[in-house]
Design a protein around this ligand. Structure first.
Ligand code: AMP
Length: 418
């Protein structure tokens, strides 16, 4: 029988890499805490409607990328393609933002999109996600953008570019949308097939099409800033002033619209030159209409999602520091079979005292055990003499020096040395 492989677009995060993931998550977690964000855990699957209504029927995600299936009860279920809609659903369902309350929430985990896999793009990928719900003012946008930048600063990512835009609101976007339709309609012969289908349904998406010909047309498209209503203009000016106040540099990109319908006002991305085509390490923005789209009362929100797989790629490429790989500090070696039981008892004692330790459980020879011990700080050696004297020999593997001490002092001895 042929061996079964992992599905296309998924991959295994093996021990050689997983400790680096923990480092990134721990750094993000600490940063979230410093910014006042609390962790929440959400279902990995939701009712399909949450995404079709929340993310938007005309988005790439809903049109062609969702993993949707009927469960045994005949309900349409979707593996979450992104986290924001789920966070909003949870906030509404659990009354987190009633009577003017706000909630700052973060989570991390796998997301699922049926995309064409390539470097930095997977079908199961991981996001770190932060959402600030219940605050309409621009200072919240600034705080969220600052949070994402701070996570990357702590991780040591270099040469990042922060790109921002405003995509307007339900008052001014329809006007802009109409201007775009008229403009693109007069350049129909230069647009790709996908953009032709976007023309009536979602003309804003033509702005960020990667096709060079569409890009050329989009460069000449009407400027969204000319269409923004006073409220959106003022909000955008406040976001920019806030970023400048904190000393951040950013670029404006009027073609940044992002792939999800729920954005209003601020949209932003953080790009890395180290990544090639899939160059966004994080993206986010404001989504004041999402809560009503999924059937709740109006709750403004702003947040971001950061692609963990891509952060990992950039950190590897830029030689960033991941701290120290966790390793076994003490190896307890049994000289002969009679000492194996005592070795296991001492190992358990060490572990109870939070000393990372190991002993052989596979019947390896003493020589083979000492080879493994060579990578540790200490080897505890137990043979017939040690058992007879209720003692243990402890060898410092770095200096080669060895002492013989009473078994009951072993833990204290190791804790006292480093
Ligand atoms: P989005 O949810 O599309 O706004 O994406 C937010 C971030 O998630 C992006 O900036 C990427 O870093 C990451 N991301 C999105 N899609 C994928 C994917 N298919 N594979 C890996 N990372 C992704």
């Amino acid at each position: 029988m042929a061996a079964i492989s992992a599905p296309r677009g998924t991959r295994d995060i093996l021990p050689a890499e997983s400790w680096k993931w923990s480092y990134i998550i721990n750094t993000a977690s600490q940063t979230m805490r410093d910014f006042g964000f609390s962790e929440i855990h959400l279902p990995i699957f939701e009712h399909t409607e949450l995404f079709s209504r929340g993310v938007g029927e005309t988005t790439d995600i809903v049109e062609k990328e969702m993993y949707t299936f009927e469960d045994r009860g005949g309900r349409s279920i979707t593996l979450r393609p992104e986290a924001t809609a789920g966070v909003m659903r949870a906030a509404i369902e659990n009354n987190l933002c009633v009577q003017g309350a706000s909630a700052k929430l973060w989570n991390w985990g796998p997301m699922f999109r049926h995309e064409r896999p390539q470097k930095g793009r997977y079908r199961q990928f991981y996001q770190i996600d932060a959402e600030c719900l219940g605050i309409a003012g621009a200072m919240a946008d600034v705080e969220v953008i600052a949070l994402s930048i701070e996570i990357f600063r702590r991780l040591g990512l270099k040469n990042l570019e922060v790109v921002i835009n405003s995509v307007g609101c339900e008052k001014c976007r329809p006007v802009y949308r109409q201007k775009l339709i008229e403009y693109f309609d007069s350049h129909k012969d230069e647009l790709c097939e996908t953009c032709l289908t976007r023309l009536e349904r979602n003309p804003l998406r033509i702005l960020d099409c990667k096709n060079p010909s569409c890009g050329h047309v989009a460069d000449g498209a009407p400027d969204i800033y000319d269409s923004l209503c006073d409220e959106c203009k003022e909000h955008f000016a406040e976001v920019r002033a806030g970023l400048e106040r904190l000393g951040f540099t950013y670029t404006l990109n009027k073609r940044l619209v992002r792939g999800l319908d729920y954005y209003t006002k601020t949209a932003y991305e953080i790009l890395s030159g180290a990544l090639g085509a899939q160059n966004a390490v994080a993206g986010g923005g404001r989504y004041d209409n999402l809560s009503s789209a999924v059937g709740g009362a109006k709750i403004p929100g702003v947040g971001f999602a950061c692609g963990l797989d891509r952060v990992m790629l950039v950190m590897e490429e830029q030689g960033c520091d991941f701290g120290e790989m966790p390793k076994t500090e003490v190896y307890v070696a049994a000289l002969d079979d009679d000492a194996r039981g005592a070795a296991q008892i001492l190992t358990y004692e060490l572990r109870k005292n939070k000393i990372a330790s190991a002993c052989d459980t596979a019947g390896k020879s003493f020589k083979a055990q000492m080879k493994i011990a060579g990578a540790c700080k200490f080897a505890c050696i137990i043979g017939a003499d040690e058992i007879a004297n209720n003692a243990v020999s402890i060898k410092d593997m770095r200096s080669g020096s060895q002492v013989n001490i009473s078994m009951s002092d072993a833990v204290k001895y190791i804790l006292g040395r480093d």
